[in-house]
Design a protein around this ligand. Sequence first.
Ligand SMILES: Cc1cc2nc3c(=O)[nH]c(=O)nc-3n(C[C@H](O)[C@H](O)[C@H](O)COP(=O)(O)O)c2cc1C
Length: 165
Amino acid sequence: MKTLVTYMTQTGNTKTIAEAIYDEIEGEKEIKPIEDIRNLEGYDLAFIGFPVLQFDIPPNVKDFLSKNTHGKNIAIFMTHAVPEGFEAIHSWTGSCAQIAADANIIGTFDCQGELAQPVIDMLLQSDDPQMKTFGDMGPSTKGQPDASRVKKAKEFAKGILAKLQ
Ligand SMILES: Cc1cc2nc3c(=O)[nH]c(=O)nc-3n(C[C@H](O)[C@H](O)[C@H](O)COP(=O)(O)O)c2cc1C
């Protein structure tokens, strides 16, 4: 069985989770940024990860999911600044399921990732009160994903692999 871990990252949080997942995979495996993957031919399973940006799945990831996941075993992972359990996470997971409707989505993982300081500064300067509130949340994301999140990501990976055996 050949497994791919592919991810988008801007500040490294999603990469940290990708590497944790990769560590748990036995057998033939590859880890690559999503921009280096042309398609999923030759892989039996692909873990696909991204950061939530502007309350949505990044456009390049949407594009990748819609073009490449038909008939494929995939597992999704995402990082976000909002706390785990936040209502909107269901809609992001739902969007992935809609976009990759022809894929076999084996599971989804999400966890908090630190909001970069320039983004916090920009949000705090915004005239939009909602954006300011989001910026106020920034400091509470510091250090994420921490060791406990990394451990959960590894458990997620093990669970996905067990389902395919
Ligand atoms: C431009 C921008 C917009 C973001 N928008 C959201 C958002 O709408 N909701 C959210 O929970 N996190 C948001 N975040 C936070 C990121 O999803 C989070 O920090 C993530 O862990 C970053 O992952 P990365 O380090 O792999 O790029 C945003 C971050 C940036 C830079």
